[in-house]
Design a protein around this ligand. Structure first.
Ligand code: ADP
Ligand code: MG
Length: 373
């Protein structure tokens, strides 16, 4: 015997599968089924639990309505983005909220190391986007998706910004955590609008930062709102695959294992790039980049410092340099002298700033790579 929760989950899974197969009639039916189950569960429970089920029921009902209303073929009408959320003119309804109008002034030269990642980005993103005709002549389909994953502070967000700066294309940025906290309960509509707005452009890049919090694994215990975001995301991407527009979806995450499996099966994130802690040469370059313009004393040995900071993330290194700079500044003010960083400033800073990457932190990434590739 299936419990009501199991029934609801079966409907949810059926909805996701139907959307993926672009069988929207089936998807709408399954979404209604999930809404019915949630209503029954709401009537069987009390208090906050009941309220949560009622809210879930309304959301499924809503999604069912939208799926039936959306034109077959992924919800686009003659290339114009369809607004699915009333009121249509609301802020951000066209995804404009996430359009990065001002290009970030970070370039690839500001990023130390990451040679593999830069090469993949060149091959997958920059070259085909810069010369789509040449790419097509080779039978290459420009666009697609790249997932950047690795421990925190290794420069994934920074790389996303550098790509935005390097491409002469509209760049849409959304962080999973922001999208969820700001638009709790309607993040799926928001994400959908973002994707549609990007897709209305002939060429566009979407960068979904902290994608694991946006598209978490759908499990028994997981929140219905999360399930809907994943389902809607798959529906939107599915509708885009055969379009002539060029869309690049970049995702970044510290926790790739928390992402719903179906996201990988869309074929959207064919390219997965591990961004690990910086190697020795990259660490030295990060120190140099962060010290730009600062004066160091003769006893400061940057190569030795870089060698001693194995397993530091780029952001750990930036933090050490900032702390050393602050110490030098304090001394300079007290002594009314020029600020000059000494070896002791770096040593103090290193003692105070713990490294954020350990072997235990790296292990699950290795594990994920072994399972995924
Ligand atoms: N490879 C790198 N080269 C230069 N700076 C780096 C690098 N990796 C990290 N950093 C520094 O660390 C900061 C945080 O990086 P971020 O891109 O936010 O990491 P992530 O998104 O991987 O958590 C950056 O703003 C930059 O100062
Ligand atoms: Mg980041």
């Amino acid at each position: 015997m299936q419990s009501m929760t199991e029934k609801k989950q079966a409907f949810e899974a059926a909805c996701a599968a139907a959307v993926k197969a672009r069988n929207f009639a089936e998807a709408a039916k399954a979404a209604s089924g999930a809404a019915d189950c949630a209503e029954i569960l709401a009537s069987r429970t009390t208090g906050m639990v009941s309220e949560a089920y009622a809210k879930e029921a309304r959301s499924w009902r809503d999604l069912a309505k939208k799926i039936s209303a959306a034109p077959q073929g992924g919800g686009r009408q003659g290339g114009r983005p369809t607004c699915l959320t009333p009121p249509c003119g609301a802020a951000g309804a066209d995804g404009g909220e996430w359009l990065v109008a001002e290009k970030p002034n970070i370039t690839f030269d500001d990023i130390a190391g990451m040679e593999d990642a830069k090469r993949v980005i060149d091959e997958m993103v920059l070259y085909p986007m810069q010369s789509p005709e040449k790419a097509r002549a080779l039978g290459l389909n420009p666009g697609g998706g790249v997932l950047l994953f690795g421990p925190p502070g290794t420069g994934k967000t920074m790389l996303g910004k550098a790509i935005a700066g390097a491409l002469d294309a509209p760049f849409y940025y959304a962080s999973g955590a922001d999208l969820r906290s700001k638009w709790y309960g309607e993040s799926e509509q928001r994400l959908s609008q973002l994707l549609k707005a990007a897709k209305a452009q002939p060429v566009a890049v979407v960068f979904l930062d902290e994608i694991e919090s946006l598209l978490p694994k759908r499990t028994e215990g997981s929140h219905a709102a999360d399930n809907r975001v994943v389902t809607q995301f798959l529906a939107d991407l599915g509708g885009f695959t055969d379009s002539p527009n060029l869309l690049l979806v970049l995702g970044a995450t510290n926790k790739p294992w928390d992402i719903d499996e179906a996201v990988f099966r869309t074929g959207r994130f064919d390219e997965k790039v591990y961004i690990g802690p910086p190697d020795l040469a990259a660490r030295e370059k990060i120190l140099e980049l962060n010290l730009k313009g600062a004066q160091t004393a003769a006893d400061v040995d940057l190569p030795a410092l870089a060698a001693a900071m194995e397993n530091a993330s780029g952001s750990d290194m930036a933090a050490v340099v900032s702390a050393a700079k602050r110490a030098a500044l304090g001394r300079a003010i007290r002594m009314d002298a020029d600020p000059i960083l000494t070896a002791a400033d770096f040593e103090d800073a290193r003692r105070r700033i713990p490294l954020s990457i350990t072997c235990e932190i790296l292990a699950p990434y290795k594990d994920f790579m072994a399972r995924r590739f």
